[in-house]
Write a protein that binds this ligand. Structure first.
Ligand code: BES
Ligand code: ZN
Length: 592
């Protein structure tokens, strides 16, 4: 027996699922997917097959020959869920599992019509990363185990379904429904399985890119992402051909708990990236970059998460640099640096969670999530790049993509590859400290420009009375304004908050990065004029990055604590279960 992933019952000695065929009825009334999955195995097998499951109701299991497959559902483990152990009859090639999901499947958020922009129809979306696909279907829910899939999804008549797959037609029926067909010919890890259902419209952005959203949102989304094709072309120049045919995106209702999710062929996005001035398109660059780093080559388990996210942040900033120049990339690194420091502070620099290569036995990957693997990982790769030279590193990255495409690998496999191609590098840069020791090593690359230094110096001089001039305020782009506000003191006198809001128009911002940075200062400063906007944001937005910051900041004063508690009481029924759990854990830490 060989279990290789602390977050899955997947056993590498057992047969592997090569292809999955899903048939689902999307039932909004009961909040369930009802249907079946046909799992095709990589070889005729008999004996034990362990699958992951959580909250599923299993009705029956048969093999492809129609023989009953006996099974045992294990006890509920808090993080893993329940092991579903099948006993395969002789020469079993496939198994058909008839089942239903639970109404509180954590991978699914079922929205009431009131939570959509039109308020007319319900909406459903999934979020499987990291270990929630097992609440959608009984599968080998480890990123090591890749499979292709197709699906038949029946949804109420006026609604549309999209998946992380290619569309393969629509059928009328069964009664009152339409059935959407999908096929995913490329092998994906289970965490990239994705589904969204709602009243959806779409706009073409290029022959291979399209954006989906609710009808009232879709034109704004199409304008915001109109520049996607040149971004794809730039990424292809850096990392090789785009291997997933189409690059479509869907803008979800505001309760989506992440900024973006790199579901293949269908990036999922929060509507908070629609700033109205294209200033948050870097989120799309990031999700697109995952098409190479993360989706083409995935982390073997969540202990190697930095391989997904660190690589993608590095790739995202290379795309940014190719499109907008070195100065723009430096600003991207600077924004990331603030997030890195936040994470180091949250965990403490000696925490094992600040190693790139983590030991995660008994650790819930949702709870250990932070910017650390993103920013430390990206800096580790930039250090290698600087050490061996960009041209050489780019060659090696392309060879890496070619060698490991459509596989899932560990940190150690990556390092072996590096050693083989650029011997001695790991030792030279003290890779061991980066990967296996906590905190930030002293040889971390520094990203600076005189422009950046000036901005930071100006913000640091706030308490000595220095203020930006009106010309500066006019000239700053959104990244510069964000960096400036990130470096301001966290708690300010009321008069200073007034000055900032009057001169920088912060409360009215549509760019959520800037808005949330400002509202964090406002909350920490107990600044009442921003309270209405704070409530409005907390009522509407489910993106955990923002909820975490705002609810933590609101813990500072008794008046803001009261605001947080009241707002959460009103908003929590509309939050995603993950967001709800996060905020509950923050409120528990408030002083009584
Ligand atoms: N894959 C992540 C989101 C994720 C990570 C979901 C871990 C569940 C578990 C996605 O690519 C991501 O990193 N999104 C960022 C945006 C980005 C620009 C850094 C986010 O949501 O903020
Ligand atoms: Zn990412």
């Amino acid at each position: 027996m060989a279990r290789v992933d602390p977050h899955s019952y997947f056993d590498s000695d057992q047969p592997r699922v090569r292809h999955a065929h899903f048939k689902w009825h999307v039932e909004f009334e009961s909040r369930r997917l009802i249907g079946e999955v046909l799992l095709e195995l990589d070889r005729p097998s008999s004996g034990v097959l362990d699958l992951d499951s959580k909250g599923l109701v299993i009705h029956s299991i048969h093999n492809g020959e129609g023989k009953v497959v006996s099974f045992v559902i294990g006890d509920e483990e808090e993080i893993l869920g329940r092991r579903l152990r099948l006993e395969l009859p002789f020469e079993t090639q496939s198994v058909r599992i008839v089942y239903a999901t639970s109404p509180d499947a954590i991978a699914l958020q079922w929205l009431e019509p009131a939570q959509t922009s039109s308020k007319k129809y319900p909406f459903l979306f999934s979020q499987c990363q990291p270990i929630h696909a097992r609440t959608l279907a009984p599968i080998q829910d480890s990123p090591i185990a890749r499979f292709t899939y197709d699906a038949e999804v029946a949804v109420p008549e006026p609604l549309t379904a999209v998946m992380s797959a290619g569309p393969a037609g629509v059928r009328e029926g069964p009664a009152g429904t339409r059935t959407f067909l999908f096929t995913m010919p490329q092998r994906i890890p289970s965490y990239l399985l994705a589904l969204a259902v709602g009243e959806l419209a779409s706009r073409d952005l290029s022959p291979r890119a399209r954006v989906w959203a609710e009808p009232a949102v879709v034109d704004g989304a199409a304008w915001e992402f109109a520049g996607i094709e040149p971004i794809i072309v730039t990424a292809e120049k850096l990392f090789g051909k785009y291997d997933w045919d189409r690059y479509d995106m869907i803008v979800l209702p505001p309760s989506f708990p992440y900024g973006g999710m790199e579901n293949p062929r269908m990036t999922f996005l929060t509507p908070t990236v629609i700033a109205g001035d294209r200033s948050l398109v870097d989120v799309v660059c990031h999700e697109l970059a995952h098409s190479w780093t993360g989706n083409l080559i995935s982390n073997a388990t969540w202990e190697h998460f930095w391989l997904n996210e660190g690589f993608t942040v590095w790739a995202e900033r290379r795309i940014l640099e190719a499109l907008h120049g070195g100065a723009a990339a430096v600003l991207g690194w600077a924004i990331g640096e603030t997030e890195l420091h936040e994470a180091l502070e949250r965990f403490g620099p000696a925490s094992p969670l600040t190693k790139l290569r983590c030991n995660m036995h008994g650790v819930d990957p949702d709870e250990s999530f932070s910017s650390l693997p993103y920013e430390k990982g990206a800096r580790f790769l930039a250090l290698i790049e600087h050490s061996v030279g960009r041209d050489r590193f780019d060659e090696v990255v392309r060879a890496y993509m070619a060698k490991f495409r459509f596989t899932s690998i560990t940190t150690e496999e990556f390092m072996e590859f590096l050693e083989e191609h650029i011997p001695g590098t790991a030792q030279k840069i003290e890779a061991h400290r980066w990967l296996y020791e906590p905190g930030m090593p002293a040889n971390a690359p520094v990203f600076r420009s005189s422009d950046l230094d000036e901005l930071i110096a100006l913000a640091n001089a706030w308490n000595t009375g220095h203020r930006p001039s009106s010309e500066q305020l006019q000239q700053w782009n959104p990244s510069q304004l964000l960096i400036y506000t990130q470096h301001l003191p966290r708690e300010l006198p009321i008069a200073d908050c007034d000055w900032l809001d009057r001169n920088l128009q912060l409360t009215r911002r549509q760019n959520y990065e800037i808005l949330v940075e400002w509202l964090t200062i406002a909350a920490l400063s107990d600044y009442e004029p921003a309270f209405d906007r704070l409530r409005e944001v907390l009522m509407r937005i489910g993106r955990m990055k923002y909820l975490r910051r705002l609810y933590v900041a609101l813990g500072k004063h008794s008046r803001t604590q009261a605001l947080a508690r009241e707002t959460f009481a009103a908003a929590s029924p509309t939050y995603h279960p993950l967001s709800r759990k996060l905020v509950e854990s923050i409120l528990e830490k408030y002083s009584a």
